[in-house]
Design a protein around this ligand. Structure first.
Ligand SMILES: Nc1ncnc2c1ncn2[C@@H]1O[C@H](COP(=O)(O)OP(=O)(O)OP(=O)(O)O)[C@@H](O)[C@H]1O
Length: 340
């Protein structure tokens, strides 16, 4: 086998994990005097390859091990076992060298200086990463334009809305032209328009600059709109690795069409539309479950033709539900993604 340290630019090994493990020893108080030691296998033997320029989703329920993996990929945490390389670099051994190659955005925490105007955080980032002036100016200009930050540069970060702050954070992570961007919940708490802006920017970044993106999120629409590939992790293990659509096939998950009718009616019946059923009725509002693999359009057309429709929306299944169904159905991890 070729040594992965020599594989920085190999098509399938820009990010390479082989049997990666992280074990935490946690001490817990039991009763008044006793303490109990417990081992938590936060990451329990994960192997995968991400090629340069891929945009990959990394999802799982709370406590699955996502942040721990990302922390090992950035070098913040040292693995308990296995191997990890990013751009040919061992992250925990050469954290400083890796820092110039990666950008990190945490949706729940900001890396910006709370009391300073946005632009001051950017100047500090320029100094920290030693970005040459011309490159800094060009990158800043691009981010300001595409992320719509022009009017915000002189505003102290604490006065920014969540959506503005998130766009500000993404720009800060990109001023040094990283090859890899890790995004941890980049759309959490954002309104629909801010989500759309962030997604559009990431799509362009990936397409035009070939930036490799690893994205953790609880929003399946982030994955469906951005990623050609998604990995699902639970209890520190890889449960699924493949296209987002396959996620629904494996789990047999459903989306929900929520329809508001002019008035209360008996539960909607559409005998000629397969696999649709009313799961809840709240006065004039009815909830219809249908397979997540299918399109909502024919269903909407049929409801609109037969019932007095006022309004509608489509709800995606949540990640927890999809994963719970995977256990029932029996998930698959394609061999070629997980073996060395
Ligand atoms: N520093 C730590 N010390 C002890 N246990 C930890 C530590 N960090 C994480 N864990 C435990 O490891 C497991 C995985 O946590 P991790 O934060 O990686 O999950 P996650 O998938 O990122 O979850 P979330 O979506 O809630 O952020 C959890 O059981 C967590 O309690």
């Amino acid at each position: 086998m070729e040594d992965i340290e020599d594989m920085e630019d190999a098509a399938d090994g820009f990010i390479a994990l082989d049997g990666l493990e992280k074990v935490f020893d946690v001490r817990r108080r039991v009763g008044a005097f006793r303490r109990e030691k417990r081992r938590v296998r936060a990451v329990d033997g994960i192997s995968f390859r991400v090629a340069r320029g891929e945009m990959v989703g990394y999802i799982g329920p709370n406590g699955a091990g996502k942040s721990t993996t990302i922390k090992m990929l950035t070098g913040i945490l040292t693995p308990s076992g296995g191997r990890v390389r990013v751009a040919g670099i061992d992250p925990s051994r050469e954290r400083a060298r890796l820092a110039s190659r990666i950008g990190v955005v945490f949706g729940q925490r900001t890396t910006l200086w709370w009391d300073l105007p946005l632009i001051d955080s950017y100047r500090l980032a320029q100094r920290m990463y030693r970005v040459p002036d011309a490159r800094y100016r060009a990158n800043l200009e691009r981010c300001v334009e595409l992320l719509d930050l022009g009017a915000l540069l002189d505003v102290p970060v604490r006065q920014l809305s969540l959506g503005q702050r998130m766009r500000g954070d993404i720009a800060a992570a990109l001023l040094h032209d990283p090859d890899v961007l890790y995004l941890d919940e980049p759309t959490i708490g954002l309104d629909v328009i801010s989500k759309a802006k962030v997604r559009e920017f990431l799509r362009d970044l990936n397409a035009e600059h070939g930036t490799t993106v690893l994205l953790t999120t609880h929003d399946l629409q982030d994955i469906e709109q951005l990623c050609g590939r998604v990995m699902v992790i639970d209890h520190g293990r890889l449960l699924y690795d493949g296209p987002p659509a396959g996620l629904h096939e494996v789990g047999g998950s459903e989306r929900t069409l929520v329809v508001d009718l002019e008035r209360e009616t008996a539960p909607i019946e559409l005998p000629d539309v397969p696999d649709v059923r009313v799961v809840r009725v709240e006065g004039p509002r009815q909830y219809l479950a249908f397979p997540a693999t299918g399109s909502a359009a024919p269903l909407v057309a049929r409801v609109a033709a037969a019932y007095p429709l006022v309004d509608l929306s489509v709800r995606e299944p949540d990640i927890e539900t999809v994963i719970a169904k995977m256990y029932v159905e029996g998930a698959t991890v394609p061999e070629d993604r997980t073996t060395v």
